[in-house]
Design a protein. Structure first.
Length: 219
């Protein structure tokens, strides 16, 4: 793996996991030494992160992790809604119904079995996303979704863990997968729209609760 790729992946993981929080300074000299790379590959990595919208350059040698606010989250979901609804329609037209029927059955089993740990849900969600991408068979759409999902990792981390929301998301994914399996593109798009609306409302509510708790603690 190239030094710039290694630096990019390390910094990306640290930004998405919150190790490098919004507003954190990424000093060129310090990070190059920490990551064991020269400044040229580090600059390449930072350039890629800037193109992703994850960092902002404040000076020639100082870069900071970009902030996330409610307006950013709403804007992100506006784009996500357009892309994922289109992907669901295309998957219903072009995908293998048997594959999505199997995914729907997987979500149905999760929905009926509350003892499954979160990683089980995450794995099935990831498989579903990958299959929708493959079935849509549109490289431009897939590339745009990849960028959106890079930011979604950070947004989801900011929201509190909510078992009720996770259960609802499983049911919503079941509905989308079932519609795609039935080759009903409009139903799949509508189910996707509903899922994203609920996801956004849950994230915003969680952030409001966190802010309220922080304000009470400061009082």
């Amino acid at each position: 793996m190239r030094a710039s790729d290694r630096a990019y992946r390390t910094l990306l993981d640290e930004i998405q996991s919150g190790v490098l929080a919004p507003g954190a300074v990424i000093g060129e000299v310090e990070q190059a030494a920490r990551l064991g790379v020269s400044r040229t590959p580090l600059r390449e990595a930072l350039g890629r992160l800037a193109a992703d919208g994850l960092v902002v350059q404040q000076s020639p040698r100082v870069t900071v992790v970009s902030e996330i606010d409610v307006a950013d989250i709403r804007a992100l979901f506006e784009v996500r809604r357009a892309l994922e609804e289109s992907a669901a329609r295309l998957a219903a037209q072009r995908g293998d119904p048997a594959v999505f029927a199997a995914l729907a059955d997987g979500f149905d089993r999760l929905r009926l079995d509350d003892i499954n740990p979160a990683p089980t849900h995450d794995d099935l969600f990831a498989r579903f996303d990958a299959q929708v991408d493959a079935s849509a068979a549109n490289d431009y759409l897939t590339a745009a979704l990849r960028t959106i999902r890079t930011h979604l990792v950070r947004v989801r981390r900011l929201a509190r863990e909510n078992p009720a929301r996770l259960a609802a998301a499983v049911a919503e994914h079941h509905a989308i997968a079932r519609a795609i399996a039935d080759r009903d593109g409009e139903r799949a798009a509508h189910a996707t729209h509903l899922h994203l609306h609920n996801a956004l409302e849950s994230i915003l509510f969680s952030l409001e609760q966190e802010h309220a708790t922080s304000d009470q603690g400061a009082a």
